[in-house]
Each structure stands twice: as C-alpha cells, then as structure tokens.
Write a new protein. Structure first.
Length: 93
C-alpha cells in the first residue's frame, strides 16, 4: 500500500504549522481499485501519528461531489462520497 509513504511524504513537504488540505475520495465500501476506497477516519489514522491534527472536515454534497466520468455507471446516481479535510502539522522542525 502507498498510504503510509504518502502520509510520511506529506510531513516532509510541510513546515511545522503548515496546512494540508486533502480531498478524501472515494468514500465507499468497494474492494480493489483504482481508485481505492478511503474514509476520513483512515486518513486521520495515517496522519495523526505523524503530528497532524485534524482542523476541519466537510462532506461534499450535490454539485460539490467529485463524480469523474464512469462513476455513475459503477456506483449509481448517488456515487461515492467525497470530503475535504484540513490538517495542521504540529511540532517543531
């Protein structure tokens, strides 16, 4: 899985006090991918041990929802969920 290396890379890219905005997509129960299923708790679980603190989370609905071509055929009209999550990197350099 590339999830833990991604989280570690985000830490190296930000200075302490820096903000990471993450588009969490697709939020669903599907197996396999790409795209591979995500959830806000999964992303928090990757980032928080590295010193990130979740500042805000907003579920995207309606026109804000990410629906690239072909997803309606896979998931139906509702499609998978999408959320925007903001994290702050705490700690010293």
């Amino acid at each position: 899985s590339q999830r833990e290396p991604w989280a570690k890379r985000m830490k190296t890219l930000l200075a302490p006090g820096g903000t990471l905005l993450s588009c969490v997509f697709p939020i669903c129960d599907k197996q396999g991918g790409p795209p591979f299923a995500l959830s806000v708790p999964l992303v928090k679980g990757l980032l928080e041990p590295l010193g990130f603190v979740a500042m805000s989370t907003r579920e995207c609905v309606g026109a804000e929802k990410h629906m690239p071509g072909g997803l309606a055929a896979t998931f139906g009209a509702a499609g998978p969920g999408t959320a925007l999550a903001t994290f702050e990197l705490r700690g010293s350099a």
